[in-house]
Design a binder for this molecule. Structure first.
Ligand code: GTQ
Ligand code: FE2
Length: 345
């Protein structure tokens, strides 16, 4: 018996759909894409003319061209942004359910306060702002130079889940209530923990100093054929991924190093922290230099190279691996070298 003519109309009116007619094309996957610092630096510096933005932050968010403008993130789950703070300026206190991280690019004269702990931010440092932690930033004014860093938030993921909430602190800044080095002291270099420390949190307001993280790479005795000398920033509470929603890593490509290709289910935002190199994604070559930011879509073949024969190239990166693992969909496949058939950006 054929379906009644009006059946599909009635189905639509009922806000239901016939699964057997479903279009299996996924919602737009992110594209491999690169934001060159050469183009972004003048844009963020020009934004310095915009008066103090306080709770709104002077930041430029990077949207994958596959997603709608202002909508999707840099990759499906995460959004990267470039933030500038001027001498003497305060970015006022607020909190949000989205987790944030900051990777310091230019300048060492600002601090952030995270849940009452004041953290100085210097070039190459990584600072975590866990979900729902109060945070405000301030430039000391000790130099006349603007300070610039990269923020990355899991806001697209939080938005997808409908768990986005944010709140302003009742004053411009929160009081500093903890002694300097409070969190670092709690974790005893990652080796010890205090008897009296109850540790209810899932993430700490960690700061990873550049000397420590890059120093760890320089000291590493092992390397991966796909990632060079690569290490993940550890969550010292769990010895697991950096944060519930993001895995953060630093990788060193030694002079002349060119890795083999692999692909995995999680997607990645890369930030070129040092040096010059290239990444080949699905046969298309992307050349990067210091402070370029690029997006790697899920399940795409990629390999990395250092363009220099005498200096290191260093990539800082963030992926949604913890989430992909949590839903049981993490997967990885190993390959060789790709044939280069084009370029990106
Ligand atoms: O510094 O608190 O780029 O809340 C976007 C949202 C920065 C921040 C961003 C934010 C922040
Ligand atoms: Fe924030």
């Amino acid at each position: 018996m054929p379906l009644d003519d009006g059946y599909y109309d009635r189905l639509e009116q009922a806000n239901a759909a016939a699964h057997w007619l479903r279009d299996f094309t996924p919602r737009p996957a992110p594209e491999p894409y690169i934001w060159h610092w050469e183009q972004m630096e003048p844009l963020i510096r020009e934004a310095a003319a915009e008066e103090a933005l306080g709770g709104e932050r002077r930041s430029l968010t990077l949207h994958n061209p596959a997603h709608k403008r202002g909508g999707g993130g840099t990759i499906c789950s995460l959004i990267a942004a470039i933030q500038l703070i001027k001498p003497g300026e305060v970015a006022t206190a607020h909190r949000h359910t989205a987790t944030a991280i900051r990777f310091i690019m230019i300048g060492s004269t600002a601090h952030t306060v995270v849940n009452g702990e004041k953290v100085q931010m210097e070039e190459g440092d990584l600072v975590l702002t866990p979900s729902w932690a109060w945070h405000d930033h301030a430039h000391s004014g000790f130099t006349n130079d603007d300070m610039i860093w990269m923020d990355v938030l899991d806001a697209p993921l939080a938005g997808y889940l409908g768990v986005q909430r944010r709140e302003m602190y009742p004053e411009d800044t929160q009081p500093v209530t903890k002694p300097d080095g409070f969190t670092a002291a709690r974790i005893g270099g990652g080796l010890m923990r205090g008897f009296t420390d109850a540790r209810p949190e899932r993430a700490l307001a960690m700061i990873y100093k550049w000397e420590d993280s890059y120093g760890a790479l320089l000291n590493a005795k092992e390397s991966s054929p796909f990632d060079g000398v690569a290490m993940e920033y550890l969550n010292p509470l769990t010895a697991g991924h950096t944060l519930p929603s993001m895995s953060l890593s630093l990788q060193r490509l030694r002079p002349g190093e060119h890795t083999r290709a692999h692909r995995h289910a999680h997607s990645v935002v890369y930030h070129a922290a040092q040096g010059d190199g290239f990444t080949i994604v699905e046969g298309r070559r992307m050349d990067w230099t210091k402070f370029d930011i690029f997006a790697l879509p899920p399940w795409t073949w990629h390999e990395h190279g250092n363009a220099s024969e005498d200096t290191d190239a260093v990539l800082f990166s963030l992926s949604d691996l913890p989430v992909v693992e949590a839903v049981g969909m993490a997967e990885e496949e190993e390959g060789e070298y790709q044939e280069v058939v084009g370029t990106i950006g």
